[in-house]
Design a protein around this ligand. Sequence first.
Ligand code: ZN
Length: 98
Amino acid sequence: MPVYPVITGNTLEPVNEFPMTVPCPECKEVVVTRVDFSAGALTYLLVIVMMLFGLVCCAFIPCCVNSCKDAYHYCPNCQHFFGVYKRLRLDRTRLIVI
Ligand SMILES: [Zn+2]
């Protein structure tokens, strides 16, 4: 029996940036998520750090590398948004780098 990520309501907590097999609550099918990448907190932090170290000409690189961006998981059939995998997120008490 396959093991699915935990789903709460219509969203789930993606565990990584790779497509996942999940049951879609909208189209009622088991799908492999479509992943879109978008710049997130880690992307901007890396850009700022690179500029502080004088790497201004290379500071755009984190904006072009998917492994520096957050991953948004969608259903490929109905475009239902499942959740986002954030590489850097602020917890209430601590900074978490994944
Ligand atoms: Zn769907």
